[in-house]
Write a protein that binds this ligand. Structure first.
Ligand SMILES: Nc1ncnc2c1ncn2[C@@H]1O[C@H](COP(=O)(O)OP(=O)(O)O)[C@@H](O)[C@H]1O
Ligand SMILES: O=c1ccn([C@@H]2O[C@H](COP(=O)(O)OP(=O)(O)O)[C@@H](O)[C@H]2O)c(=O)[nH]1
Length: 240
């Protein structure tokens, strides 16, 4: 029995670290395949899906800068990492016969299409999963900000932040095991309480555009579909 989804058009943010699985670096194909199967389930329910993939499993600009490298070059490396991840996830989706297109914020026409809002809306209307690669295309930003930006551009009803933990806690649960999960917050509360599950710029952009953020664990098989039908463990960030 499959339940009706509560949402029709959503943006899923999958962190690069999630794709790494148990490895120290790179992409674990079994994890990419599993995340793809969750996205396929959403498509089979008729939900239109845009995906922003992170790149933290390959490079982070700050890590390059902390070892004496140039931050902007480091961020360029990070953004290229997100494109590698996007191609891997697209491959996993196509293995499941899910029509998928990669749109990159950094033009590389031999490899994938360039991002535009017009292309995004066209591909969504054709029933394709749209994977947004290259973050925002600018250094000093994150793929969380790209998620908020693309969600606004595609008219997503909500941002689904698939992460290592099953919601927003009173403090980072990895550092504070006594922290408790919060069911509901406003964007302003996330900012005021410094709940660092998503960066400030991303939360502020989502707030400006009245887009709810739903934080859930990307590691639960079938979790995305469950959250889409209104169930599952999660935190909802919304102003109403
Ligand atoms: N208040 C909080 N509630 C939940 N997670 C938090 C909180 N503060 C920090 N975090 C951390 O934020 C991480 C989620 O961000 P995510 O984007 O998945 O990871 P990364 O930034 O490494 O890519 C969690 O793994 C968690 O350790
Ligand atoms: O708009 C963006 C998005 C990403 N990045 C770079 O790409 C890296 C990987 O992205 P992110 O850290 O957001 O990935 P995630 O934490 O989701 O794996 C970042 O550290 C930045 O160096 C960037 O410069 N601009």
């Amino acid at each position: 029995m499959s339940l009706e989804p509560v949402y029709k058009r959503v943006l899923l943010k999958a962190s690069g670290e999630a794709l790494m699985g148990g490895q120290g670096f790179g992409i674990d194909v079994t994890v990419a395949d599993r995340i793809a199967s969750d996205i396929a389930e959403a498509r089979h329910m008729g939900v239109e899906v845009g995906v922003v993939v992170g790149g933290g499993n390959i490079f982070r600009g700050v890590a390059v800068a902390s070892k004496g490298g140039d931050r902007v070059t480091g961020d360029h490396m990070g953004m290229l990492g997100t494109i590698i991840n996007a191609l891997a996830l697209a491959t996993s989706l196509r293995k499941l016969n899910i029509d998928t297109v990669v749109l990159s914020a950094i033009s590389m026409p031999e490899i994938c299409e360039s991002f535009s809002q017009r292309a995004t809306l066209y591909h969504l209307s054709m029933g394709r999963v749209v994977i947004f690669a290259g973050g925002t295309g600018n250094p000093f930003f994150t793929t969380d900000s790209a998620a908020a930006l693309r969600a606004a551009e595609m008219g997503a009803e909500a941002i689904f932040k698939g992460t290592q933990v099953d919601g927003i806690y009173t403090a980072d649960p990895k550092k504070y095991p006594d922290a408790t999960r919060l069911d509901r917050l406003t964007h302003q509360e996330v900012l005021d309480r410094g709940l660092a599950v998503m960066d400030v710029a991303a939360v502020a952009l989502a707030r400006e555009n009245s887009i709810p953020i739903i934080v859930f664990s990307i590691h639960e098989k079938g979790g995305f579909a469950e959250i889409l039908t209104g169930g599952g463990l999660k935190t909802i960030v919304s102003d109403n």
